[in-house]
Design a protein around this ligand. Structure first.
Ligand SMILES: Cc1ncc(COP(=O)(O)O)c(C=O)c1O
Length: 381
């Protein structure tokens, strides 16, 4: 009996939370880099990826960098953010959004989430804007665009630049316009679990020609373009390699198919998990999201320990899942900037992310949701 359970466990396919699909032209383009010797940050794919991805976002300029975090930092550095400045960032996000602010010695001002879409609540913006506010970073969380109409009208009234954190939302649109085209700069990540990947990588997109030049200059050590080894400023090496950009170009060729499949995954999960008291992700009439990680809220009253038990239960059955982000101001480096964010706290307690990737099958989703239904009904586990 024990043996048959063990052999059954062995046969059960492990379902990761995420898995990139690099079965298009990635290998062909990488071979071109290797055969030509252009493996570092100069090469035709860097230029091509910048042009094509920026155009995809409806922006004229794209500046590749080596991570989404570098994109956020480069954007804030290009705005000349300084100690004493304040930047409004969501409480519920990946820590990078706040880190980029703190790298510049500035203060993150945490804003709470909307109950429905988990993104920043525009109603709270005006109260948090002070004479020191230098930027606002809305994050399109889990692929769902923020209420950009309201955010842009408030920030325009106060003349405060918006830097969009689009790390999780490539291809999402708000009122038909792509994310990354609303703010002064849009920042993307191409980490392995994102909608498209370059392994590691990121990009800043903008319509501002001067910011484009400034970001290129700072990305490349702050070196004078005409006078080699003459550094005008303390810059960074945030460059993306031609190898990474080659993968990015191949991924971008298939972005529509990636997004479409993820939309199908969301429908499959929603159909199977509806009616169980969970809160499931949904678009609004103006925001058409892309599914990054399928994330739902367990029924009202679920405690974080219970959610963590579900993560363990799924892991026991070879299914990887993750708790939603913790509110950033709850964690040690950010505590000194904490302020009450009750919605972010409640979402964070009950949220769980499920496997979401291009090659996920209907059988996989069936298996995942069967275990979740069983757990929710507390059948013999
Ligand atoms: C909202 C958000 N911002 C920024 C980042 C940072 O991107 P990277 O991991 O490429 O540095 C991530 C990464 O997951 C993210 O989810």
């Amino acid at each position: 009996m024990m043996e048959s359970v063990a052999s059954h466990m062995k046969k059960t396919r492990f379902i990761p939370i995420s898995s990139p699909d690099v079965s298009g032209n990635e290998k062909k383009y990488l071979n071109e880099c290797i055969d030509s010797g252009w493996v570092s940050s100069i090469g035709k794919f860097v230029h091509r990826f910048e042009q094509e991805f920026a155009a995809y976002c409806g922006q004229p300029f794209g500046v590749t960098v080596n991570s989404g975090t570098a994109a956020l930092h480069l954007a804030l550095r290009a705005l000349d953010l300084r100690p004493g400045d304040e930047v409004i960032v969501p409480a519920l996000t990946f820590a990078s959004t706040a880190n980029a602010v703190m790298y510049q010695g500035a203060k993150p001002v945490f804003i709470d989430s909307e109950k429905d879409n988990w993104n920043i609540d525009p109603q709270q913006l005006s109260d948090l804007i002070s004479s020191r506010t230098r930027a606002i970073i809305p994050v399109h969380l889990y692929g769902l665009p923020c209420e950009m109409g309201q955010i842009i009208s408030i920030t325009e009234a106060h003349q405060i630049p918006v830097i969009e954190d689009c790390a999780e939302a490539h291809g999402a649109t708000y009122r038909g316009k792509p994310v990354g085209s609303f703010g002064l700069i849009g920042c993307f990540s191409f980490y392995g679990n994102k909608i498209i990947t370059t392994g590691e990588g990121g990009m800043c997109v903008t319509a501002d020609a001067l910011l484009n030049e400034q970001m290129r200059f700072l990305r490349d050590h702050g070196m004078n373009k005409q006078r080699r080894y003459w550094h005008e400023e303390v810059g960074f090496n945030y460059r993306m390699t031609n190898l990474q950009a080659a993968v990015g170009c191949a991924q971008l060729e298939r972005i529509d198919a990636f997004i479409e499949k993820r939309r199908w995954i969301k429908e499959q999960y929603n159909t199977r998990l509806g009616g169980l008291g969970c809160i499931l992700p949904d678009d609004s009439p103006s925001a058409r999201g892309v599914l990054w990680l399928y994330t739902l809220l367990l029924p009202q009253g679920t405690k974080a320990e219970q959610r963590d038990q579900l993560v363990e239960y799924l892991a026991k059955h070879q299914i990887e899942s993750r708790p939603i982000f913790y509110p950033v101001p709850d964690m040690p480096p950010y505590k000194k900037f904490a302020r009450p964010v009750p919605n972010a706290a409640s979402i964070s307690e009950r949220g769980i992310s499920l496997p979401s990737f291009y090659t996920l099958t209907e059988d996989d989703i069936e298996r995942i949701t069967e275990y979740i239904c069983k757990w929710l009904r507390r059948e013999s586990l």
